[in-house]
Ligand binder design. Structure first.
Ligand code: CP
Ligand code: NVA
Length: 306
């Protein structure tokens, strides 16, 4: 890997060839894991995970992944650390990064993650911010590749909120050359200051039109973490943006459905879709483990791997 410390703060931090490397390594690492092959290239390395929001998948996948690769993990939260007592994020970064080899952070503003990275001596990974969720999109695209081959030239339909997942999909569409169709309710549209409508992004008022002929249909909760006060009003505004059987019918006949989870059946997705035979959500969740092992391997060892 060329020069300096690399971070993974947003999907656009990696170029296309690096992303392809991570996907290729994910395949190798997953296959070895399934064969119970010993592979511990991160022996003696330590991961610190900092959570300012709740998590199931992100915590378990990073923690299990680091142990499986031979390393150790330290888990801290706002409530049980000095972060909750207003120690500056810059000082926290300076201290933690003198003690561990790599850091994952789940927090609110992307700017806070960037301030941490600016003061870190070691690689920092985004475990979700209000703006982006790049580790999730690594898993989603790896899952698409496993099920359907290359995502380049395909169409992904995003139905629902213009949230951290939507903006990360948009970065991925630009990097990897696929088309993203987005439909959000009025009042919850994409911020045009953060994106350009162009060949990789098409915006639809009608969610069924966004889903039409898509190879992948995906959605997420209507109320993301940090926006709970808006929940009641969002339930009404998003009512017509549920991914249901009719919407899947508009997509390609072999389209797959994804959701980063946790899901709310009967809200953003109907039970028959998420539990149906087009759903890839359990593979998608499992793949968090494999892609993040490949990500940590790349950030710590570059291409110097076996
Ligand atoms: N998808 C995801 O990031 O899940 P958690 O919030 O459980 O980590
Ligand atoms: N958009 C959701 C994703 C949860 C994994 C949130 O930020 O809460």
């Amino acid at each position: 890997m060329a020069g300096g410390i690399r971070h993974f703060l947003q999907f656009a931090d990696f170029d296309r060839s690096e992303l392809e490397w991570v996907f290729d390594r994910s395949r190798i690492i997953k296959d070895r894991f399934k064969r119970y092959e010993f592979y511990q290239p991160l022996a003696d390395r330590t991961l610190a995970m900092v959570f300012e929001k709740a998590s199931t998948r992100t915590r378990v996948s990073f923690e299990a992944g680091m142990y499986q690769m031979g390393g150790s993990v330290i888990h801290i939260t706002t409530g049980d650390s000095q972060l909750g007592r207003a120690e500056p994020i810059e000082d926290t970064a300076r201290v933690i990064s003198r003690m561990v080899d790599i850091v994952m952070i789940r927090t609110y503003e992307q700017a806070k993650l960037e301030r941490f990275a600016d003061h870190s001596r070691v690689p920092v990974m985004n475990g979700l911010t209000n703006e982006y969720h790049p580790c999730q999109i690594l898993a989603d695209i790896f899952t698409f590749i496993e099920h359907r081959g290359s995502i380049a030239g395909r169409t992904v339909a995003w139905i629902g909120d213009a949230n951290n997942m939507a903006y990360t999909w948009l970065q991925a569409a630009h990097k990897l050359g696929f088309q993203l169709n987005i439909s959000t309710p009025p009042g919850y549209v994409l911020d045009t200051a953060r994106c350009t409508i162009g060949p990789h992004l098409r915006v639809f008022a009608d969610p069924i039109e966004a889903a039409r002929d898509a190879h992948l249909v995906t959605t997420d909760v209507w109320t993301s973490m940090g926006y709970e006060a808006e929940n009641e009003i969002r339930m009404k505004a998003f009512a017509d943006w549920q991914v249901d059987a009719e919407m899947m019918q508009a997509a390609q006949h072999d389209a797959i459905f994804m959701h980063c989870l946790p899901a709310h059946r009967g809200e953003e997705v109907s039970a028959d879709v998420i539990d149906g035979n087009q759903s890839a959500v359990w593979d998608e969740a499992e793949n968090r483990l494999h892609v993040q092992k490949a990500l940590m391997e790349y950030l710590l060892l570059g291409k110097n791997v076996s």
